[in-house]
Design a protein around this ligand. Sequence first.
Ligand code: DX5
Ligand code: ZN
Length: 206
Amino acid sequence: MEISVSLLKESNIDEAIEKLNTTNASYFHLDVMDGNFVSNTSYSISQIKNMIKKCNKKIDAHFMVNDPIYYLDKLKEEKIENFTFHVELDDVESIINKVKECNFKVGLAIKPNTNINVLNRYLDKIDLILVMSVEPGYGGQKFLPSTISRLNDIKSLIGNRNIKLAVDGGINDDTIKLISNIDIAVVGSYITNNQDYQEQLNKLLN
Ligand code: DX5
Ligand code: ZN
């Protein structure tokens, strides 16, 4: 299992990224919120570009926004590994095509109450499914136990396709034990609540 670190609540983001750079985490999970799709906001385009420049990890970007194309247009030259947006939006298909044109891996995020069957029609076009284990919008929430059966069902949908399965929200050294069958765990507050990020990563991976 790989770890993708979310630095959402950090006041000194430059310092947090420098710290993340020294760990063995696989990805920087960059949470982008527009104040519309979710009520919260996070980073401006220039802040995003600055963070990508400073970070030596693969960028796992999660767009909790109504208009992913707006961000895609502004960020198409950046080194982004995964460009993940929400399956609850309209016209998912054309957004997928535009992300592919930028040569980013396509991720579809799904909120806790969305029927998983909506994923079906996109399965042959995507690289990653990001299963939300909290309502998107804020870090530090409690892991929703209903996620466990959703993950099993989504695994069956995926079948033998080459799609990574990621989980986002409320993951700590207890809840990670419940999701050992996934590819990427997105972890925020459990890591950033301690000065020593690597110590937390070690606890997660043991
Ligand atoms: C929630 C974000 C998550 C979150 C993870 O809207 O997508 O990435 O910040 O943080 P924790 O691990 O604190 O739930
Ligand atoms: Zn996220």
